[in-house]
Design a protein around this ligand. Structure first.
Ligand SMILES: Nc1ncnc2c1ncn2[C@@H]1O[C@H](COP(=O)(O)OP(=O)(O)OP(=O)(O)O)[C@@H](O)[C@H]1O
Ligand SMILES: [Mg+2]
Length: 473
């Protein structure tokens, strides 16, 4: 503990020393005394030592002034300094003047030691309390400064709102980005800036522009149920712009790939149709009617192929809105099974049906879901050798409430890195490579997913669909 600094002002040196001795003898107190002969010396000491003087004893009668006058001057310099006046002959006037000018006490000479000690103790207690308070204030200020420094140094935007949603914190990065000074913003309504629960918001800037900010918010409960909000924001304007540009570039690249694939697919039937037209022309010139009709049929066939291709392409690239209804998956699968059976029979492939019981209804557009299952089943039949097996299976709701429809075959499968869901990827001579791309698109449009696992001897396509619930109607 640092000693309390006491200034004793008295031209009687002996008495001053006496006072110091008494003060130094007080138990549990650490004091250090300084002495001044007159008012001038006292004021000099207070000006040089400043805050370090904690308590002053002043004689009422001084060679160059009087104690009341010095008291006033000391109070002007240090309003909180406790000053104890000492006098040999107290009058009512001097006592009143002492009180009026804020003296801590007036003690009579010669001192009665017990009385003197009591007053001195009280004054020293006050000094100790004031010091403690001052230390607390300093620590508080320091801690506040540290917090403020952190808020300012964070390379993010920091905004604080009080319970009325008025701005209480507006940090430097936020000032720099928005162009609005803290003084302009403190106390203004701030909820608009960050929204109800944060998220991505536009921040208007002083120059009339705006930035895109991603805000994270925290509500803190304060005293008496009040709420304050702290929000931290990151400027994502550039990131978003870059993402948009990348997406645009990717979309352009995808359109390019699709166009190239489509052109390639269109060229085959066009070539074949134009060859057949030349044949047709020759045969007509020679008057060979029947062979000419056969060539015309081939041209019609190629035109039909082109028409199918364009329809398939549109189904993939520009799907129409879904017209769903509650559908029994088992019923749907049975229909597909009947449709595909002749193709399996023609190739000598065994086609099995494995229906789950029960299988809950799903909300789908029947025609499109039939197309998905047809594409999968047809691929399986095309993949396997004669005598091999294709199974179409349904399964009721799993723990997440999803329904599954599976198509499994024991054919050769495909390599892990084959881009089977890419439009126009095909390993077949007459395939378009659109079947799986369309199937994937339709299933995801229904809110489901199409997964696959493949190894030689077992390829399994699995369609997962969310179960139909009554409140979807
Ligand atoms: N069950 C399967 N077993 C092995 N490979 C498969 C299977 N299903 C699909 N594939 C592979 O995925 C490719 C893409 O299939 P997709 O249905 O999209 O087009 P495609 O069948 O080639 O042509 P299209 O469907 O127009 O007749 C196929 O060419 C084949 O290589
Ligand atoms: Mg196919």
């Amino acid at each position: 503990m640092t000693a309390a600094q006491i200034l004793v002002v008295d031209d009687n040196r002996e008495l001053a020393e006496n006072v110091c001795e008494l003060l130094e003898a007080i138990e549990d107190r650490h004091v250090a005394c300084a002495h001044a002969n007159d008012a001038k010396g006292a004021l000099e000491q207070v000006s040089t030592l400043g805050d370090r003087i904690d308590l002053a004893f002043v004689d009422l009668r001084l060679p160059d002034s009087d104690g009341i006058h010095l008291l006033r001057e000391l109070k002007a310099l240090r309003p909180a300094l406790p000053v104890i006046l000492m006098t040999g002959h107290a009058t009512v006037e001097s006592a009143a003047a002492a009180v009026d000018n804020g003296a801590f006490a007036l003690v009579l000479k010669p001192f009665r030691s017990s009385e003197f000690m009591l007053i001195a103790r009280r004054a020293l207690d006050q000094v100790a309390q004031r010091r403690e308070r001052q230390e607390l204030v300093e620590r508080l200020e320091q801690s506040e400064r540290r917090h403020r420094d952190v808020v300012e140094a964070i390379p993010a935007l920091v905004l604080g709102l009080d319970e009325r949603d008025d701005i209480t914190i507006y940090n430097r990065p936020l000032e720099l980005l928005s162009g609005f000074a803290r003084e302009e913003m403190i106390g203004k309504p701030g909820r608009e800036l960050i929204g109800k629960r944060g998220g991505v918001r536009r921040l208007a800037t002083k120059d009339g522009g705006h930035r895109i900010i991603r805000w994270e918010c925290r509500e803190l409960e304060g005293p008496r149920g009040s709420h304050t909000t702290y929000a931290m924001g990151i400027d994502v304007t550039d990131e978003r712009e870059m993402m948009r540009r990348t997406l645009r570039a990717e979309r352009l690249a995808a359109v390019g790939t699709l166009a190239a694939g489509l052109a390639h697919e269109v060229r085959n039937p066009l070539n074949s149709a134009s060859l057949q037209l030349q044949v047709l022309k020759r045969r007509l010139a020679k008057g060979q009617i029947d062979p000419a009709v056969a060539a015309a049929d081939l041209v019609l066939g190629e035109i039909q192929r082109l028409d199918n291709l364009v329809n398939d392409f549109l189904a993939f690239a520009k799907p129409q809105p879904l017209r769903t209804k509650q559908t029994d998956p088992n019923h749907l699968v049975q229909g597909v099974f009947e449709l595909i059976r002749p193709e399996a029979d023609a190739k000598g492939v065994r086609l099995d049906l494995d229906l789950g019981d029960p299988v809950e209804p799903v909300d789908v557009e029947e025609e499109r879901m039939r197309q998905v299952l047809l594409n999968l089943a047809r691929n399986a039949i095309e993949a396997v050798a004669p005598e091999k097996c294709v199974i179409v299976r349904t399964r009721g709701a799993d723990v997440s409430g999803d329904i599954r429809i599976e198509v499994e075959d024991d054919g050769p499968g495909f390599p892990e890195d084959a881009p089977i869901f890419d439009a126009f990827y095909t390993t077949k001579e007459h395939g378009t490579g659109l079947g799986l791309a369309i199937a994937h698109r339709i299933v995801t449009d229904h809110g489901g997913s199409l997964a696959v696992s493949s190894r030689p001897g077992c390829t399994l396509f699995s369609v997962t669909l969310p179960q139909h619930t009554e409140d979807q109607d």
